[in-house]
Each structure stands twice: as structure tokens, then as C-alpha cells.
Design a protein around this ligand. Structure first.
Ligand code: THU
Length: 131
């Protein structure tokens, strides 16, 4: 199993490739699924509301590859100051729902936070359709 700090380093490295010409707020995510690593970055387009977050970008890469269960995800907001509060570096609401649906058992590492999270921590009472 890849270590927490190693996966956070991969997420920080991915964030360098963020495409965010409007916000200049670079985010990277790194996912472990079926033992393989997938990365994602935030991608902004001229119609701002259609922006894709780094977390969903990484989850889409893993799912698109037919990867096994997602067991770990690391998120890095590399433009957030080190002393900024946690809410300036945690996944947005849309990404939490993606995590609830696609990675319900993953551990979530947030760069700059000593605490690890589950999706139940971040999105209690998440919506879900019957299986
Ligand atoms: N962003 C992410 O990539 N992940 C999040 O969970 C929060 C926000 C991106 C979207 C946008 O490109 C930029 O950060 C500023 O909101």
C-alpha cells in the first residue's frame, strides 16, 4: 500500500498541471484503485460553471480505466496558504457526492491536514439510489 505522504506528494505534483486560467487556484488529486495510481487536476473553461474539479477528474480517470475499488485519495490545493482553514482545501459538494457514489470506502487525505477522513465524515446522509 502506498503511503499517505507519498500519495499526497503525487497529488501536489499533479496540481502543477492544473488548467485554471480563471481562478489560478491549482488542485491535484491522486487516487489508488486496484493498486494503480490515477491523477486528476482541475480544468476550467470559459463557461465557468462547467469547471471540472481535480477529484472528479481523478475518479473519472480510474473509472475509465476499469480500475478496481478506490481505496485511497489524496487532494492537494497547492495555492492555499499553509495556515488557511481546512475548508479551503477540502473537496466541494459535487466531489463529495462523486466520492460517496464511486469511492464509498476510500480514505481521504487532505494536504495540510493531519487528520484523515471518510466520505461519511465529509458527507453524512449522502444521497444514494438503491443498488
Ligand atoms: N476545485 C477543485 O478542483 N476541487 C475542489 O474540491 C474545490 C475546487 C477547483 C475548481 C476551480 O477550478 C478552483 O478549484 C477554484 O474553485
Amino acid at each position: 500500500m502506498i503511503l499517505r505522504e507519498e500519495l499526497l506528494a503525487v497529488a501536489r505534483q499533479a496540481a502543477q498541471r492544473a488548467y485554471c486560467p480563471y481562478s489560478h487556484f491549482r488542485v491535484g488529486a491522486a487516487v489508488i484503485a486496484g493498486g494503480k495510481t490515477y491523477t486528476g487536476v482541475n480544468i476550467e473553461i470559459s463557461s465557468y460553471g462547467l469547471t471540472l474539479c481535480a477529484e472528479r477528474s481523478a475518479l473519472a480517470a480510474a473509472i475509465s480505466d476499469g480500475a478496481g475499488p478506490i481505496t485511497q485519495i489524496a487532494v492537494a490545493c497547492i495555492d492555499t496558504p499553509p495556515d488557511a482553514p481546512l475548508n479551503e482545501r477540502t473537496p466541494c459538494g459535487a466531489c463529495r457526492q462523486w466520492l460517496a457514489d464511486l469511492a464509498p470506502n476510500t480514505v481521504i487525505y487532505i494536504d495540510g491536514s493531519p487528520e484523515d477522513f471518510t466520505i461519511r465524515d465529509l458527507l453524512p446522509f449522502a444521497f444514494g439510489l438503491p443498488e
